[in-house]
Design a protein around this ligand. Structure first.
Ligand code: PLP
Length: 403
């Protein structure tokens, strides 16, 4: 499960660089605590006891392995490649995020920390982390902008029910950016107590590699499951990309299978010609954000741009550095789909397969719906259904009403 098990040109070097991207660009007060996390993870990731403990939670608590479901109705409807869905929506808590939150919680405990701390935007990372904290027996403190607290009230209630403390951030724009600053300030003041739990394959080294490793169970399972079902590897993998954790989780086990085409799908929002999107891989330029060198959607002043997506879990102006590296090496390709295509895919999967997908996952499905009809009937696509759409139904009903 670690980067040492199967070294490839796609992995980070000792300083966390994927080619020119990644690394750890930190203010002096964070260098020491983050280096401590890197050292602890380097040891834990080689320790069979840690690996077994995490695996036990994934099977007994999360319900892994998740199904690899042959979407027969959808396949028939699209009239092309055979479509399989990796059912991360069936995990406890309804998405892939629980996989890395449990890994981070176990590592925090092993390091002797008593509290998990993080920021959250839409609240999905906060809920998954609060769940992991409750299970593992740690305190949990979630920083959230005041605007998001108001918008995402049900997730605030969930976090509090799970025993977490939600800190409402009233500074500046009262949104995700201020929540990040607020959480880091508290963390820097007491790094012996707190473990900072990042919610995707982003941030300073070791987080992009560590979160990927925790998510890589998705691809390892999918690889074994498709070999069992089809007797061969898939032709194409498809996953949505916000920060990029569900995508890296699926892709990782297939990176050295050069015959497998790898496609990440970004939020094209209301179109790439305006500024209402979050297509960082497609339109971002090199920059530094949240402690990493990566592609960033940014203004001339280097400030991250405001971003938009119909799926709140995808609206991030950066992206995991390993994705940038994979794109530059030509190993993975990145496309975007619009809000409208996403909404159509959301409705189609619900009706055709009886599965309501998360709006984030619906980005991957929208691309599958474009791609499958162009491929022969013996081609195989595996798409990551990263989460369930129950959280999105009220918002979608509103969008449909507004037409
Ligand atoms: C948060 C979230 C995403 C986006 O995060 P990644 O790190 O890009 O995977 C995608 N799907 C679901 C269901 C999510 O909750």
């Amino acid at each position: 499960m670690t980067q040492h098990d199967h070294p490839t040109p796609y992995r980070a070097d000792a300083d966390g660089f994927f080619g020119e991207f990644g690394g750890a660009a930190l203010p002096p007060f964070l260098v020491e605590p983050i280096a401590e996390v890197a050292a602890a993870y380097a040891t834990a990731s080689q320790d069979p006891e840690f690996i077994d403990e995490l695996q036990a939670l994934l099977s007994k608590y999360v319900g892994r392995p998740s199904l690899l479901y042959f979407a027969e109705n959808l396949t028939r409807e699209l009239g092309g490649a055979r479509v399989y869905l990796k059912r991360e929506d069936l995990n406890h808590t309804g998405a892939h995020k629980i996989n890395h939150c449990l890994g981070e919680a176990l590592l925090a405990k092993r390091m002797g920390k008593t509290k998990l701390i993080a920021e959250t935007g839409a609240g999905q990372h906060g809920v998954a982390l609060a769940t992991a904290a409750a299970l593992v027996g740690l305190e949990c403190e979630i920083h959230m902008g005041a605007i998001d607290v108001a918008k995402q009230h049900p997730n605030v209630v969930r976090m509090e029910l799970l025993g977490a403390t939600v800190v409402t951030v009233e500074e500046g724009g009262r949104s995700l950016k201020e929540a990040v600053d607020s959480a880091f300030a508290v963390y820097a003041g007491a790094p012996d107590e707190y473990f900072f739990a990042i919610g995707s394959v982003v941030g300073p080294h070791p987080y992009p590699s560590m979160v990927r490793d925790f998510q890589s169970v998705v691809g390892r399972e999918a690889r074994a499951q498709i070999l069992e079902a089809e007797g061969r590897l898939p032709d194409v993998l498809v996953a949505s990309v916000g920060g990029g954790s569900n995508a890296m989780g699926l892709f990782d086990a297939f990176l050295t299978d050069e015959s497998v085409r790898i496609v990440g799908v970004e939020p094209g929002g209301e179109g790439l010609d305006g500024d209402r999107h979050a297509a960082t891989m497609t339109l971002g330029t090199p920059g530094t954000l949240h402690g990493m060198r990566t592609r960033v959607l940014q203004g001339a002043d280097g400030e991250p741009s405001p971003v938009h997506s119909i799926a709140s879990g995808l609206d991030y102006p950066g992206v995991g550095p390993q994705h940038v590296h994979l794109a530059e090496l030509g190993r993975a390709e990145y496309v975007s789909v619009s809000d409208a295509e996403t909404l159509a895919a959301f409705r189609a999967l619900s009706r055709i397969e009886g599965i309501i997908p998360a709006l984030e996952s619906s980005h991957a499905l929208a691309h599958v719906m474009r791609l499958a009809p162009t491929l022969p009937a013996d081609a195989v696509i595996v798409a990551n259904l990263s989460g369930r759409g129950d959280k999105d139904v009220d918002y979608v009903a509103e969008l449909i009403r507004e037409g």
